[in-house]
Design a protein around this ligand. Structure first.
Ligand code: AGP
Length: 614
């Protein structure tokens, strides 16, 4: 996710843009830039770092002008640096563009534009857009708005863009598809643009939420004009904003954690975007292409990570062993780095980290790399230390995760591991074509299924109210759901401070069953699949000792409903994809228990978002 702002009006644009970007830094903050229509034409200033670094960068320079655009970046393609920062400009420097989203077909477009003489300077997907608009203007002789519309007709992916052109002073052209864009209607002809209403609400409460496929043209002479997807001029529907500024940053949610739980249908989709190709029945992971064969031939895969990322790695073990038939060992990075492990050059090491800065994981990578292993990274922060240390890798594209308790990063990591395991299995021939296509269709349906699971929130909140004063909790699962039990337990303990343990369900009789009494809530993932009958027996064992059972079941289940105290239904899916669904009610449960206990949900005590020390 990136943050974009724009302004056309009578006031100085720069202070409006820079303050707007500060409001949007929660959307991304690895580089920033502005373009202002000044006395000497387009004045573009951009640099790596936060918005405050951009302010330092421009201090002392004239930033005069009343029309401008600004951008704060969360890198998806091309690491954070001055060149990859937005705005991107045409070769003549007369066009400037900012973008939030992912252009999936940027590579072929870039090739074509380079063959037509356009010179590229950045590694971003975005730069393709500015050259494409420039190229169309030159070849078709069309005006700015029409050139933007024609250019976007060639684009596959998600975008919210704002474009400026020296040939059209005091004009901004904006467009959106799958990425949000809001227009603010100010007094005396002022118009504002932003990724959400956060930077706008201090100037005006009258806003227009752009729809997919729409193009907005804002200039001093005509004010705001909006064209719909059929290129017909439409009357924009202006809404009066009620929401308060602070709530806006959380998208109207009370906490970042809840917002991020609800972002999962989008973030899982973004993790698959441009990688899962149903039409070609294929998976393409560009970031590991050069190492694909090495992974196919691997005799062993080691996964190193910490915390929630380690739980994702545990799901990865089941995925790679089932679909690619490659032995996998999942290691706590902190243990791995000190036990003098046996590592050979044949080993593939997958390092999983949301922040890409976790000290133990960094050290584990260094150790494995030093002994000749090939290191593949799965990170959420582009250009992070771990991303730069690995030989190759894939970004999860989950967007910034602000809540300390990881939620959307976990499901994005599991999505990436699923794509990797299926792709390697297909390449190895351990999955046949028909099975592969069926799994792709299933995987493609997951975001919609997560939307459905989110609708159980009210029921989960009710259950949270019953168990919020528990002193201990047990989470049980088998197979793919065992790591989900571990993750559910971690979520509860790290934000509500209730002691919780995750266990393989069968392991209960080897000790933990002694803990069961009528005070003990036991959360069981009991979806219909390979070990369903066994898990039902485990539930009966708990009930026989008066334990309270809250079970996550496949929708329509009637058996568990008869014996558990509460059941939460999730859509049917293959065992391998259950983690992406079953974890959501457990995330919501820990969230509501923590809120009811008055805990600081987004910044739990003693915790940091990234553990950069040992
Ligand atoms: C999970 O909710 C915690 N925030 C923590 O366990 C986290 O997953 C762990 O510190 C690893 O962080 P990383 O993914 O950034 O490496």
């Amino acid at each position: 996710m990136c943050g974009i702002v724009g302004y056309v009006g009578k006031k100085d644009a720069y202070p409006i843009l820079i303050n707007g970007l500060k409001r949007l830094e929660y959307r991304g903050y690895d580089s920033a830039g502005v373009a202002i229509w000044g006395p000497d034409g387009l004045n573009v200033q951009k640099c790596k770092g936060r918005v405050s670094d951009l302010e330092a960068h421009v201090s002392g320079r004239s930033m005069a002008g009343t029309t401008g655009i600004g951008h704060t970046r969360w890198a998806t393609h091309g690491e954070p640096n001055d060149v990859n920062a937005h705005p991107h400009v045409s070769n003549k420097g007369d066009l400037a563009l900012i973008h939030n989203g992912i252009i999936e077909n940027y590579a072929p477009l870039k090739e074509e534009l380079m063959s037509r003489g356009h010179v590229f300077y950045s590694d971003t997907d975005t730069e393709v857009l500015v050259h494409l608009i420039d190229d169309i203007q030159r070849t078709e002789g069309t005006d700015l708005a029409e050139s933007v519309r024609l250019a976007l007709g060639n684009v596959v992916g998600a975008y919210a863009i704002v474009v400026m052109d020296e040939k059209y002073p005091d004009m901004l052209v904006a467009a959106r598809k799958s990425s949000p864009l809001v227009i603010g209607i100010g007094e005396d002809g002022d118009h504002f643009l932003a990724s959400d209403a956060t930077p706008i609400v201090e100037h005006t409460r009258n806003v227009v939420y752009m729809e997919d496929g729409e193009i907005a043209i804002i200039d001093r002479e005509h004010g705001l004009r909006v064209r719909n997807i059929k290129n017909q001029e439409t009357r924009p529907s202006i809404q009066a904003l009620e929401i308060q500024l602070e709530a806006l940053e959380k998208g109207g949610y009370e906490h970042f954690m809840l917002k991020e739980i609800y972002e999962q249908p989008r973030s899982i989709r973004d993790s698959m975007r441009g990688r899962l190709n149903l039409a070609q029945s294929d998976i393409v992971l560009g970031g590991i292409k050069d190492h694909e064969q090495r992974i196919v031939n691997a005799k062993r895969i080691l996964i190193v990570a910490c915390g929630t990322s380690w739980h994702a790695g545990m799901v990865g073990e089941y995925l790679f062993e089932e679909y690619a038939r490659i032995p996998v060992e999942v290691e706590y990075a902190s243990e791995f780095r000190y036990r003098n492990p046996v590592i050979t050059e044949d080993d593939i090491v997958i390092a999983i980290s949301q922040s890409g800065e976790t000290a133990d994981t960094l050290a584990a990578i260094e150790l494995a790399k030093g002994r000749g292993a090939t290191i593949i990274g799965i990170c959420n922060v582009v250009g992070s230390s771990i991303a730069r240390m690995t030989h190759a890798g894939s970004y999860t594209h989950a967007g910034p995760e602000i809540g300390v308790a990881s939620t959307k990063a976990f499901t994005a990591q599991v999505t990436l591991l699923t794509l990797m395991a299926l792709m390697i299995g297909r390449r190895k021939g351990t999955i046949d074509g028909a099975k592969f296509q069926q799994l792709l269709l299933e995987l493609d349906s997951i975001p919609a299924k997560v939307e459905k699971v989110l609708k159980t929130e009210a029921q989960v909140k009710y259950i949270a109210g019953i168990y919020k004063d528990a002193r201990n909790a047990l989470y049980l699962g088998r197979g793919y759901s065992f790591p989900v039990a571990l993750e559910g337990a971690l979520k509860l303990k790290e934000i509500s401070y209730i002691h919780a343990e995750g266990y393989p369900a069968a392991e209960m009789k080897h000790g933990p069953i002694a803990l069961i009494d009528e005070e003990m809530p036991v959360f069981v993932i009991a979806t219909q699949g390979a070990s369903y009958e066994k898990v039902v027996s485990n539930i009966q064992e708990v009930k026989a000792r008066k334990g309270k059972v809250i079970a996550i079941v496949t929708e329509g289940d009637t058996i568990v409903k008869e014996i558990a105290d509460h059941t939460i239904e999730i859509p049917a899916s293959p065992d391998a994809f259950v983690p992406l669904l079953a974890v959501v009610p457990l995330q919501l449960l820990s969230y509501h228990v923590a809120v009811m206990r008055g805990c600081n949900v987004d910044q739990p005590r003693n915790l940091a978002k990234s553990v950069t020390v040992e």
